[in-house]
Design a protein around this ligand. Structure first.
Ligand code: G3P
Ligand code: CA
Length: 373
């Protein structure tokens, strides 16, 4: 049954005006669930953004281990490549925020990740920054944590009783020509493309055990060329080179108190522009979109609201799933999920699992202790 036929059927079966809002919610959930089933992707999806990165330093071993033990569906990571060609998991394109690069390599403190060998990156402390930034969540064992290779994240995904999938973003792909091909080679070598391994369980046994994500149209095309059968998500952003925004002041000109307040006022230039972007994604291999969200409490991960109900409708009508980033609070889950969101990227997978009524047996703090941190 097509998505349009499913909508029509549900609307026919539940007549009357009193039920209109409930009907809209039920319809979007049914549509999303159907699309997820067709793609072999868990619904609703719990995507541990840089691991359990509220509780442990982002993209490090404890962050991914806790996410796995909690029962997150996916370990999310940002893919970059070292000077000597190794694939690693790191978000920022420089090392200053999350390592001691300024101490270890002061002359290259602002240099891009691509100018460091793996051995140099492995000599950095990728955990102490977290203890300083979050004293309430600090742990002595976080000091000296290492940046991880993609291989090491895969080892973690494969290494426990829970078997999460991998949700891999090509980060700044223009800086890493050929990274899509390198990723295909690594996933092939590790047996993550093609049929699931014999005896696989959990998300690791599903067709959507790897999802590829990118903000860049060019990288989506390359991912599609290299891995046509692997699900792909086009991440959404508003502004120059991305979805056109209504003209307005820059942040500096706007006088807004925070970037979150500025982003929250941004609007797409037109429904037509948004729809054309989504249709391009569909035509170039995406099975879903990853829109930004404006969060209730603001903060540095609160961006333009690209999860308006009509936007999710546009995606669902074209057969695309909606995975929104990066949402950590129950208030926001309750506000955004009924709009037709099929899963969230979250730094707090434990909170999202609670919201989806799949609570983990142990809290992140207990798991960290058990894991020796
Ligand atoms: O990949 C989804 C979300 O992670 C996009 O934002 O900047 O955290 O990679 P970012
Ligand atoms: Ca990401």
């Amino acid at each position: 049954m097509t998505i349009t036929a499913l909508r029509t059927l549900i609307r026919t079966l539940i007549p009357g005006t009193l039920l209109v809002s409930q009907l809209a919610l039920a319809t979007e959930a049914d549509v999303g669930q159907t699309l997820a089933r067709q793609a072999g992707i868990p619904w609703p999806a719990v995507i541990a953004h840089r691991g359990a990165s509220f509780d442990a330093p982002e993209s490090t071993a404890p962050a991914y281990l806790v996410a796995r033990e909690l029962g997150a569906d996916y370990l999310e990571l940002d893919l970059q490549r070292t000077k000597d060609g190794q694939l690693i998991a790191l978000h920022d394109d420089t090392l200053e925020r999350t390592t001691d690069v300024a101490k270890r390599f002061p002359e290259r403190a602002k240099a891009p990740v691509s100018q460091f060998t793996l051995a140099e990156l492995k000599s950095l402390d990728a955990g102490s920054w977290f203890n300083q930034a979050h004293p309430d969540r600090a742990r002595p064992k976080f000091a000296g944590l290492r940046i991880l290779t993609l291989d090491e994240v895969i080892d973690i995904a494969e290494g426990g009783r829970n078997k999460p999938g991998l949700y891999i973003e090509t980060k700044q792909p223009k800086l890493f020509p050929g990274i899509e091909r390198d990723l295909k080679a690594k996933l092939t070598q590790r047996g993550w493309l093609g049929k699931p391994k014999a005896g696989a369980t959990g998300v690791a046994a599903m067709p959507g055990r790897v999802i590829l994500q990118t903000f860049e149209k060019g990288s989506l095309e390359l991912l599609q060329k290299e891995m046509p059968d692997t699900p792909k998500i086009l991440l959404l952003w508003l502004g120059d080179d991305y979805i056109p925004a209504k003209p307005g002041p820059t942040y500096a000109e706007s006088g807004e108190a925070s970037k979150a307040a500025y982003y929250a006022k941004q609007q797409v230039r037109s429904e037509g522009d948004f729809t054309a972007w989504i249709e391009w994604a569909k035509a170039h291999g995406a099975i879903g979109i990853g829109p930004s969200a404006a969060l209730e409490e603001g903060g540095d991960q609160s961006y333009a609201d690209l999860v308006k109900p009509w936007m999710n409708d546009v995606a669902h009508e074209r057969g695309l799933l909606v995975h929104a980033y990066t949402v950590d609070s129950a208030v926001d889950y309750a506000r955004l999920a009924p709009r037709g969101v099929d899963g969230f990227f979250s730094n707090r997978a434990a909170e999202l699992l609670k919201f989806y009524e799949r609570p983990a047996k142990q809290a992140p703090a207990a798991l960290l202790k058990q894991l020796g941190y």
